[in-house]
Design a protein around this ligand. Structure first.
Ligand code: FES
Length: 231
């Protein structure tokens, strides 16, 4: 099928989405809840574009032959910006300090012109979980997109993560809410890789685990029991 994205015509296979059309045209649409490894859910609304005069989410809208897509149309961009501002309002301003190559949120803010003043409308006291040697959680940066939960369950097949809390305090929780290190997490890193904000990250060389030098732990992959030092 043939779709026109702004001034560019692109050929797409049946089943492609509007997001695929825009990318095929060499243009970028901000996305937050979208992960190419997972079926799209269309929950964040920051990918809104104009499709034949209607404002629709690019990630969940199927492309159709003869469709005309305008990613930069101002009404769609304004709606996407408002959706992103709502996400930002629930985050501390330091969410913008995460390097752009580790934060889709930061890249979305740059693309849609959302700045520091949109952040910090809510108090942030959810705390952190640095108990695991390979995964650290900053709950205040969690936007409850569920990408990590779905990555753990649908791609990794571990089912170590879930969502907990209510309302604005809804965040990812490991297992039954125990410290991350005591959960069924196998340390595959899929959750960290899918996190769009940096709420989940690896303890870095310059940011060692608080357990450094004090703990011996056991890799969760096979249960043979080879232990390793946490540095
Ligand atoms: Fe499309 Fe979230 S990326 S709705």
């Amino acid at each position: 099928m043939r779709v026109r994205v702004a001034d560019t015509a692109v050929e797409l296979a049946e089943g492609a989405t509007v997001l695929a059309a825009v990318r095929a045209a060499g243009q970028e649409v901000p996305t937050l809840c979208q992960d190419d490894r997972l079926a799209p859910v269309g929950s964040c609304r920051v990918c809104l574009v104009d499709v034949d005069g209607r404002v629709l989410p690019a990630c969940t809208t199927p492309a159709a032959d003869g469709m005309r897509v305008r990613p930069q149309e101002e009404r769609a961009r304004a709606a996407a910006r408002r959706a992103l501002e709502l996400v930002a309002a629930g985050l501390p301003e330091r969410a913008l300090a995460v390097p752009a190559d580790r934060s889709e949120l930061v890249r979305c803010c740059a693309l849609l012109g959302v700045f520091a003043g949109s952040f910090g409308a809510l108090p942030h006291r959810r705390g952190t979980d640095h108990s695991h040697p390979y995964v650290k959680l900053d709950r205040d940066l969690c936007i409850a997109c569920q990408r990590c939960v779905r990555m753990c369950a649908e791609v990794q097949g571990t089912f170590a993560l879930d969502m907990g809390g209510r309302g604005f305090d809804t965040v990812v929780v490991p297992g039954a809410g125990e410290p991350w290190v005591d959960s069924p997490c196998v340390g595959c890193g899929g959750c960290v890789d899918s996190c769009p904000t940096g709420a989940l990250s690896e303890p870095g060389l310059l940011d060692p685990s608080p357990l450094a030098g004090t703990t011996r732990t056991t890799c969760g992959y096979c249960g043979v029991g080879c232990s390793l030092d946490v540095h």
